[in-house]
Write a protein that binds this ligand. Structure first.
Ligand SMILES: Nc1ncnc2c1ncn2[C@@H]1O[C@H](COP(=O)(O)OP(=O)(O)OP(=O)(O)O)[C@@H](O)[C@H]1O
Ligand SMILES: [Mg+2]
Length: 249
């Protein structure tokens, strides 16, 4: 197997007395989709934010193509972040900008010519079925609509690595499947590396090559979707069964 693109080595992080990571190891491979699962509040969003240097660990290393992000200064981080696109759990849309302006923002920041910006944004909006929201403001949109705007914005720059924090939460089942297959087809088309935090178990496994489960500050499982589904480890079984039971209700 190739060496990992991103590697967490013995990461420790606490906020005051709240210990969130206590010796976390994780490998993310180029061109693959890695899904992070785990209970609410276990630190999945905190983990994603470590990848792009938004949150710094107390100790440990995060290697990106062999280089330690933890040791990088602000300037270096800014440059390094250009490889990434991040879809935040809370969408993080700018309320004072229209939908079009929100999606166009990452391209304008990259100084892409205006005609290309228009073309790209329009295409992504059509693909996401949000063309009708072109001149609306985020506050005028439903939760599911905001999610799709955030997704369009995350994919508009054709990034090398995309971090998705719960990309389908709050969407109806039909849109949920559309978003999942869209992530998959974009990945197949552009070959980006994806890290997805998701509660859509087991649906999310169909678009993932690797699954990692976070629990009590550590990755307690890392492997293929088939391996996690076949695991008889108690913590893993009860977590996955919990989702399956929910679906039966
Ligand atoms: N910036 C911060 N400052 C202080 N505490 C934080 C900060 N961000 C997260 N935390 C704490 O870290 C812990 C992990 O939070 P995180 O948001 O990563 O959980 P999560 O696994 O993403 O949960 P969910 O599934 O509900 O989104 C929580 O106890 C949270 O309160
Ligand atoms: Mg979260």
């Amino acid at each position: 197997m190739t060496s990992p693109l991103i590697q967490f080595v013995n990461i420790k992080k606490k906020f005051g007395t709240n210990i969130v990571m206590q010796g976390l190891d994780l490998s993310i491979h180029e061109g693959e989709t890695t899904t992070i699962i785990g209970k609410s509040g276990t630190g999945k969003s905190v983990l994603l934010k470590h990848i792009i240097g938004l949150i710094r660990p107390d100790s440990g290393s995060i290697l990106f193509a062999g280089e330690d992000i933890v040791k990088m200064g602000r300037k270096e981080i800014r440059k390094f972040k250009q490889n990434f696109s991040y879809m935040f759990q809370e969408n993080a849309l700018f309320d004072s900008m229209t939908v079009y302006e929100n999606i166009a923002l990452p391209l304008s920041e990259k100084k892409v010519p205006l005609d290309d910006v228009k073309k790209k944004v329009k295409l992504r909006m059509e693909q996401m079925e949000i063309s009708a929201t072109f001149s609306k403001y985020p506050s005028q949109l439903s939760g599911g609509m905001k999610k799709r705007v955030a997704l369009a914005r995350a994919l508009v720059t054709d990034p090398k690595i995309v971090l998705f924090d719960e990309p389908t939460t709050g969407l109806d089942p039909l849109r949920k499947n559309t978003v999942l297959s869209m992530i998959k087809s974009y990945r197949d088309m552009f070959g980006f590396t994806a890290v997805i935090v998701s509660h859509e178990i087991p649906d999310i496994f169909s678009i993932s090559q690797r699954v990692a489960m976070l629990d009590s500050g550590k990755i307690i499982f890392q492997g293929t979707p088939e391996e996690i589904m076949a695991s008889d480890e108690h913590k893993i079984r009860s977590f996955i069964n919990g989702y399956e039971d929910q679906e039966l209700e």
